[in-house]
Design a protein around this ligand. Structure first.
Ligand code: ADP
Length: 284
């Protein structure tokens, strides 16, 4: 759950500042991408954990009302994951992420491994313990399910994880963090995983395969009003299209249309496009 408070300026350590508005928004990269995948026409099964607090009730309802399959969603006794976000009027922010229930998701049950093995594609993010992401990618490999890792938020990627990733999706800052370079190093990423999609905001994306294609896919020329959920819309649409067996470059093009619809609207999950909207933008 994102708890967002706006004030004229951010408080200094030990200081209390009187704020303006406050909003509460369901968030979490996994939840946002599951909703985006469902809206893009995929059957999205969500594996994750909410807390037993009131935020958990809202987060669960949000996933269900968006058509995400929550049959395997865990409820752990205690707090849900929250991000406490302070924003000043210039848009500068300070964020405290408290993982809550996410930190209790430390292993996979047999039922969870089975649902991964039965899927077409596994899409992971990095807001749960890394050992669980590794276990999920291994279960996918064993079951012939493709694995996509959206390495967000950026953190160290152990070799056991990279060995089980078929496609890495990163933005520029995540790419830099992974290779420890000042600019995104696609050959460096391809030394770690066989396929990479590097998103470049309004410049589109770059799709590269080890010993294969290296293509720049331009963004659609649209009027961007809010780029908040563009990465989630793009990544989820990419996973849905690849899971349907489309060629990966075609899937990147379709995902680019999803990103383009998203940036034309205000808001986070409410801006995520439906399949019909992505198809219509794709034809433009
Ligand atoms: P993130 O939010 O993860 O940093 P990006 O900002 O790179 O992700 O956006 C993901 C994708 O969304 C881009 O690759 C692009 O296709 C699309 N996109 C982002 N910003 C724009 C924009 N201003 N105009 C059109 N498409 C955009």
């Amino acid at each position: 759950m994102d708890l967002v408070g706006v004030a004229a300026r951010l408080p200094l350590p030990g200081e209390t500042v009187l704020g303006d508005e406050f909003v509460m928004m369901p968030g979490g990269k996994g939840a946002n991408q599951a909703i985006a995948a469902a809206r893009a026409g995929g059957h999205a099964v969500f594996l994750g954990a909410i807390g037993s607090d009131s935020f958990g009730v809202t987060l669960n309802a949000r996933l269900n009302s968006a058509g995400v399959d929550t049959a395997h969603l865990r409820t752990s006794y205690g707090a849900s994951g929250v991000a406490v976000i302070m924003v000043d009027r210039a848009g500068e922010n300070s964020i405290l992420v408290s993982p809550g229930a996410n930190s209790t998701f430390t292993d996979l049950t047999e039922a969870e491994e089975r649902v991964i093995a039965d899927g077409d594609v596994l899409l992971c993010q990095q807001e749960i313990p890394v050992g669980t992401v590794i276990a999920a990618c291994r279960a996918a490999r064993a079951g012939g399910t493709r694995t996509v890792l959206n390495a967000a938020p950026a953190r160290e990627l152990p070799p056991e994880l990279l060995a089980n990733v078929d496609l890495l999706v990163v933005n520029e800052s995540e790419a830099q963090a992974i290779t420890g370079t000042e600019t995104p190093d696609v050959p460096g990423l391809l030394a770690l995983v066989p396929r990479v999609v590097l998103t470049l905001g309004g410049d589109g994306s770059r799709f590269a395969e080890r010993d294969g294609r290296d293509e720049h896919v331009p963004a659609h020329a649209v009027e961007a009003v809010d780029t908040t959920a563009a990465g989630d819309a793009f990544t989820a649409a990419l996973a849905v299209a690849w899971g349907e067996g489309r060629d990966l470059l075609e899937a990147v093009r379709w995902a680019t249309a999803a990103g383009a619809v998203c940036v034309q609207r205000l808001g986070a999950s409410s801006a995520l496009p439906t399949r019909a909207e992505i198809d219509a933008q794709f034809e433009r």
